[in-house]
Design a binder for this molecule. Structure first.
Ligand code: PLP
Length: 369
């Protein structure tokens, strides 16, 4: 199979990740719950990952809270900063993992910046929206549908200047673009462990610039006598047993990224995105491409998106079709009615993948969608 759905999760993880998962399952018991060898080994594995993640993502180890995915981290962060009725500014490219919790809380959602690949427009709209009375801001680093890399450093600076607390969704950037809690000065940055960071599914990280309100309450292995969650990080954000094999795999994923260099992965993915976009345009399709684009490109086929993706799957090519859990992004780009087919490259991005995709797309029949 030619896997072009890395935006969903990284597939064919490095061998070192698989080995680390298996080793942890063999050697580890419950971390922080006992002083015997297997429990201590689990605690060591978890701490090693926390430390490596902190180093990699510009924060202290205790500011790293393990979550089960990016959605989990975003929910914790949003529930901490946002209360019913608050005015929250978001970008025009947010995932449902951001918008659904905001809707659920009854926030007043203000969307700012809906033009693809245009930093000037994004920043102008962002600045205009962050007016007095804004209680919080949430923005994605990279659009999961269109690969648009937003000017997050400048957006973060505008939030800081105006004293607006903010959350960054780094689901599509962690592992390919630099992400630093310290540099961005965010209140929270949420990310999955299972996409660009190459860890197993069911892993995620929430970087905490402040102590979050717990979404879950329960055992932490600390302060057991108290009936309240500990007040400090990371314990306040980690009720219950963490995913030790997943965290072991995530640490191996981070080690892999350090060895290969995220800038090399980014360059490789970007090169294929460009080839792919050009090839799709030559086939006469509507393609969303521009500057500031990462390893993802969307296009509208001359037939229904889901059917196109199913036909590509039959030819051994895995892509994703539809709205990609991001109706807001499609509304911004004008593709809410049709959806798109999304091609998202991963660490193994290469010319052969792109050529195979283009060949297969060129053979798709034309039908009314
Ligand atoms: N945010 C964005 C931009 C995403 O692309 C995704 C997943 O595709 C998420 C959040 C949710 O990530 P997870 O599936 O790890 O909860």
């Amino acid at each position: 199979m030619i896997y072009l759905d890395s935006g969903a999760t990284s597939f064919r993880k490095p061998a070192s990740v698989r080995r680390a998962v298996s080793d942890a399952m063999t050697r580890c018991a419950n971390p922080g719950r006992g002083g015997y060898g297997a429990a201590m080994e689990a605690a060591k594995v978890v701490f090693r990952c926390r430390e490596r993640a902190g180093n990699f993502l510009g924060c202290e180890p205790e500011q790293v809270v393990f979550t089960s995915n990016c959605t989990h981290g975003l929910n914790v962060a949003i529930r901490t900063l946002v209360k019913p009725g608050m005015r929250v500014v978001v970008s025009g490219f947010e995932h449902n993992a951001v918008t659904r919790p905001l809707h659920g809380l009854g926030a007043e959602i203000v969307t700012a910046g809906r033009k693809l690949f245009d930093w000037e427009d994004t920043l102008q709209k962002w600045e205009d929206a962050l007016k007095k009375g804004t209680d919080a801001a949430v923005f994605t680093h990279v659009s999961n549908v269109f690969g648009y890399i937003l000017p997050v450093e400048e957006m973060a600076a505008l939030c800081r200047q105006r004293g607006v607390p903010f959350i960054i969704d780094a689901a599509q950037s962690a592992g390919t673009l630099p992400v630093s809690l310290k540099t961005l000065g965010a209140d929270f940055i949420a990310m999955p462990g299972h996409k660009g960071l190459l860890g197993p599914q069911g892993t995620g990280l929430l970087l905490c610039g402040r102590v979050p309100e717990p979404l879950l309450m329960g055992g932490t292995g600390s302060e057991s006598i108290r009936q309240q969650m500990p007040d400090y990080l990371p314990d306040r954000g980690e009720a219950g047993t963490v995913n030790v094999p997943g965290i072991a795999g995530l640490e191996a994923g981070l080690r892999y990224l350090e060895a290969v260099g995220i800038e090399n992965i980014h360059r490789r993915e970007q090169r294929q995105t460009k080839h792919c976009a050009e090839g799709l345009q030559k086939l006469g399709l509507k393609v969303f491409a521009g500057p500031h684009q990462g390893g993802t490109v969307s296009f509208v086929p001359k037939m229904e998106c889901e059917e196109a993706a199913a036909l590509l799957a039959r030819r051994g090519i895995a892509v994703r079709a539809g709205l990609h859990c991001a109706p807001l992004a499609h509304e911004s780009a004008g593709t809410l009615e049709t959806g798109t087919v999304r091609v998202s490259f991963g660490i193994d991005a290469c010319r052969e993948q792109t050529s195979a995709l283009l060949r297969a797309v060129s053979k798709l029949p034309e039908r009314e969608s």
